[in-house]
Design a protein around this ligand. Structure first.
Ligand code: NAP
Length: 261
């Protein structure tokens, strides 16, 4: 690849596909990762034809250390990577003690280890060029806790603090980093864990389209906002949560934000 490159993990659908579309429209060549082969290849074809950019697909299981490592080697060997979006992720819908431990370990790997390793591989090249953008797709859940999402909340909370620390270490060196903390966003995420996306048990659910989320993320990046909470409703939810006595919050925090199974 010759031009500026954006690497986006988990670009098969949803938020990752949204970032892929946006960066392709902005003239970036893409490296996109995912596991659903036909879907991601068809996205790559579509974007290549529509925007005249090169799109490379890397089929990659990010719960597998060897596959993370081989992607990281690809990243270190590609100094043209200007943008890294660590987006791949998945949800849970079960109490911690009831879920297979291997699944929890996989989440740790996809949400934490993979972003750490890829940033470790990309950052030296970005620093050498004096320019680079890193977006870690976190979640509003980074600020709270809840039932059936124990490891999810922990891993996303890690991503926020980790992003802030990387920002502090690299201030003034041309690196922009963001932990993007979406609330409910229309993607495949909730249906994949058996939740009814039309339900709204506790009345807290407000859906945001992916395109709007991507707009807000990129706008906040320009303002150097490291922690990006997209939209007024999501900001109000976090504010209300922070003002609430912990005991009250523990009692009313709904499972999966109030979506029914
Ligand atoms: N949607 C929301 O409301 C919401 C809210 C807060 C945060 N988020 C975060 O947003 C990110 C993107 O999710 P989404 O909503 O766009 O859901 P999505 O449509 O299900 O997309 C998830 C992407 O991650 C990839 N992925 C999942 N597990 C993986 C694994 N083990 N190895 C490699 N790739 C894997 C998927 O690849 P394949 O499908 O090809 O396997 C897919 O491309 C996640 O980090 C999620 O935690 C979403």
């Amino acid at each position: 690849m010759q031009g500026k490159i954006a690497l986006i993990t988990g670009a098969t659908s949803g938020i990752g596909a949204g970032f892929a579309r946006r960066f392709a429209a902005d003239g970036y060549d893409l490296i996109i990762t995912g596991r659903r082969k036909e879907m991601i290849r068809s996205l790559a074809d579509e974007l290549g034809k529509k925007y005249g950019v090169r799109v490379e697909v890397v089929l990659c299981e990010l719960s597998n250390r060897d596959e993370i490592e081989s992607l990281a080697q690809r990243v270190s060997g590609e100094p043209g990577i200007e943008v890294l979006v660590n987006n791949a992720g998945f949800g849970t819908n079960e109490f911690f003690h009831n879920e297979e431990f291997s699944g929890q370990e996989n989440m740790l790997s996809v949400h934490c280890l993979a972003p750490m390793r890829l940033i470790h591989a990309a950052l030296p090249n970005m620093l050498a060029r004096g320019k680079g953008t890193i977006i870690n797709v976190s979640s509003l859940r980074a600020f709270g806790a809840g039932r059936r999402v124990a490891v999810y909340c922990g891993t996303k909370s890690f991503l926020n603090k980790f992003s802030e620390a990387i920002h502090i270490e690299n201030m003034g060196k041309g690196i922009r980093i963001q932990a993007l903390c979406p609330g409910f966003t229309r993607t495949d995420f909730h249906e994949r864990i058996g939740l009814d996306t039309e339900s709204n048990k506790a009345g807290f659910v407000r859906w945001m389209p992916v395109e709007k989320l991507v707009d807000i993320s990129l706008r906040d990046l320009k303002k150097n906002r490291v922690i990006c909470i997209p939209g007024l409703w999501n900001k109000l939810m976090i504010l209300a949560q922070s003002l609430m006595p912990a005991g009250l919050y523990y009692r009313i925090a709904p499972s999966n934000g109030g979506l029914k199974e």
